[in-house]
Design a protein around this ligand. Structure first.
Ligand code: NAD
Ligand code: LMR
Length: 333
């Protein structure tokens, strides 16, 4: 029995994500919360012949608490998306408050749930959730995840394109580490399961790295004011949620990059901190999942000189983003 809940379920990501969770046979209950339209989304999805019982909730009558009751996994795509010319950090002003309120609801109604944060800026919204949970005494770093899977999905796709065979893409695994915005997105292409062609010169390599780092901007530009990635994000979010759900149900050895608090694995984190050369509370790295959440955070391992330069560039930006989230909650109480 697994109850999954989507907060922001009527949105551009929320609806297709809810669809993919409804299609997941391991989900037996699906709670949908948004400030609008969830009864309609829930009625629609409820006709699909899969096990999950679907309920939609609005804020009235304690809807958030009702949606969250008994939740095992909570996925949060609530909040505003970018328009052309904006950075993810420009979303902080609006999304920080939304995330703080939703985290408060989770701390009260589902303190043991696994929480998967999609809302941007992820580098800051994850620390906001953690700080709120600390205020309520419910913070377990093993159960809080920033969803960076879209960067991993993009890396698989773009590398497969370069290899000239898109049918490879699901099997092409590239660890993408750091965070989820611009220079904090660091693809470790030297660790790709499929080596890049030896003919790929430095400028083509740089262009590939840049495309993975700024893939989000490509979609924002193409949507021309109508938002950012929704369908690819729903796919990526459902992939990550499915791994968490499999881990919750006892499957071992599932490893995927995700943005976590490094205290979730004191041993692995200390190795990673050594490699980073600086204390950072959060970082996206390959994480092994288990029934209790984070089992192990992998160190970076052997990386190329180019990758070491990218990691170095990511650290100060990440540190700033993390502090912004922490300060926001400190000032709110
Ligand atoms: P959207 O505007 O289409 O949907 C957002 C939904 O959130 C809306 O339905 C809205 O009503 C709802 N909402 C707003 N305030 C809420 C609240 N207090 N409680 C519950 N629901 C609330 O936006 P979208 O395209 O779905 O994007 C959502 C977020 O996801 C954005 O912040 C976007 O930047 C982010 N995003 C992250 C990634 C990633 O890789 N992590 C990828 C794409 C988008
Ligand atoms: C993405 O990477 O597509 C998302 O973070 C949305 C965005 O603002 O680019």
């Amino acid at each position: 029995m697994v109850k999954a809940v989507v907060l922001g379920a009527a949105g551009g990501i929320g609806q297709p994500l809810a669809l993919l969770l409804k299609a997941n046979p391991l989900v037996t209950e699906l709670g949908l919360f948004d400030i609008v339209n969830t009864p309609g989304v829930a009625a629609d999805l409820s006709h699909i012949a899969t096990p999950a019982k679907v309920e939609g909730y609005l804020p009235a009558d304690d809807g958030l608490a009702k949606a969250l009751k008994g939740a095992d996994v909570v996925v949060i795509p609530a909040g505003v998306p970018r328009k052309p010319g904006m950075t993810r950090d420009d979303l902080f002003k609006i999304n920080a408050g939304i995330i703080k309120d939703l985290a408060t609801g989770i701390a009260k109604a589902a303190p043991n749930a696994f929480v998967l944060v999609i809302s941007n800026p992820v580098n800051s919204t994850v620390p906001i959730v953690a700080e709120v949970f600390k205020k309520f005494g419910t913070f377990d770093p093993k159960r809080l995840f920033g969803v960076t899977t879209l960067d991993v999905v993009r890396a698989s796709t773009f590398v497969s394109e370069i290899l000239g065979d898109l049918s490879l893409s699901k099997g092409v695994v590239v660890p993408v580490v750091g965070g989820h915005s611009g220079v904090t997105i660091v693809p470790l292409l030297s660790q790709s399961t499929h080596a890049l062609p030896s003919s790929l010169d430095k400028s083509a390599y740089d262009a590939l790295v840049n495309r993975i780092q700024f893939g989000g901007d490509e979609v924002v530009k193409a949507k021309n004011g109508a938002g950012s990635a929704t369908l690819s994000m729903a796919y990526a979010g459902a992939e990550f949620a499915a791994k968490v759900i499999r881990a919750v149900r006892g499957e071992k050895g599932l490893v995927t990059p995700t943005y976590v608090n490094l205290s979730a694995d004191a041993e692995g984190a200390s190795d990673l901190t050594k490699e980073l050369g600086e204390e950072l509370a959060y970082f996206s790295a390959n994480v092994e999942l288990g029934v209790e959440g984070v089992v192990k955070i992998s160190p970076l391992g052997k990386i190329s000189e180019d990758e070491a330069t990218l990691v170095k560039a990511a650290i100060p930006e990440l540190a700033k983003n993390i502090q912004t989230g922490v300060t926001f909650v400190a000032e709110a109480y």
